[in-house]
Design a protein around this ligand. Structure first.
Ligand SMILES: Cc1cc2nc3c(=O)[nH]c(=O)nc-3n(C[C@H](O)[C@H](O)[C@H](O)COP(=O)(O)O)c2cc1C
Length: 176
């Protein structure tokens, strides 16, 4: 059976992106899903001086190993001021010091959501532009706008938006 990892680019204990990543990954049939939480992989703030003195922290290596041992990645990015949330950018930067192609060509379903009407579309575009240079193999993407109006009890409640996600999930599943 294929195994995938799902996580959010957020460290909020109530992360809406983690809720979306959990839901989307549950739609991938006949697949083992490991939902990860960035709070379990704490890292010091990236800095070249820190790296020169202490080296690369184990949690960056551990997370990269989880990517490399998976068959696919479901990731939903939180948007902070039109960009990656700090916790995600920090992990991303640390992992890139080990392997510039950190996404390792694993099929990726890339998403974002926010309470706003753009649903994290700005950070999604940033990631879509950058990840392909870093081993990213984005086979599906989805933005859920107005999270609080369109998601409840662990599911997307808007049928049209749910159907769009199902199409992206089907493409992702096919690529595994
Ligand atoms: C510092 C900060 C900046 C934010 N900037 C944006 C933004 O640029 N666009 C947006 O749609 N939401 C923005 N938000 C709202 C987030 O989308 C919202 O907090 C969301 O819950 C974050 O996702 P998460 O729950 O998965 O952490 C911001 C929130 C914070 C705390």
């Amino acid at each position: 059976m294929k195994n995938i990892i799902a996580f959010a680019g957020s460290n909020s204990s109530t992360s809406i992106n983690k809720q979306l990543a959990t839901y989307a990954s549950s739609l991938v049939s006949e697949t083992e899903v490991k939902v990860l939480d960035l709070n379990d992989y704490e890292l010091p703030l990236y800095g070249i001086d820190y790296e020169l003195v202490h080296g690369i922290p184990d949690n960056a290596k551990t997370f990269l190993d989880l990517i490399k041992s998976s068959d696919g990645i479901v990731l939903s990015l939180a948007e902070h001021n039109g960009a990656y949330a700090t916790v995600f950018k920090n992990l991303f930067d640390w992992m890139s010091r080990i392997d510039g192609k950190l996404w390792s060509d694993k099929p990726m379903l890339l998403m974002a959501t926010s309470p706003g009407g753009r649903g994290g579309a700005t950070v999604l575009d940033i990631a879509k532009g950058r990840f392909p240079y870093m081993g990213g193999n984005i086979v599906g993407s989805f933005s859920l706008p107005s999270f609080n109006d369109n998601f409840s009890d662990g599911k997307i409640t808007n049928e049209a938006l749910n159907n769009l996600l199902l199409e992206e999930v089907a493409q992702f599943k096919q690529s595994l």
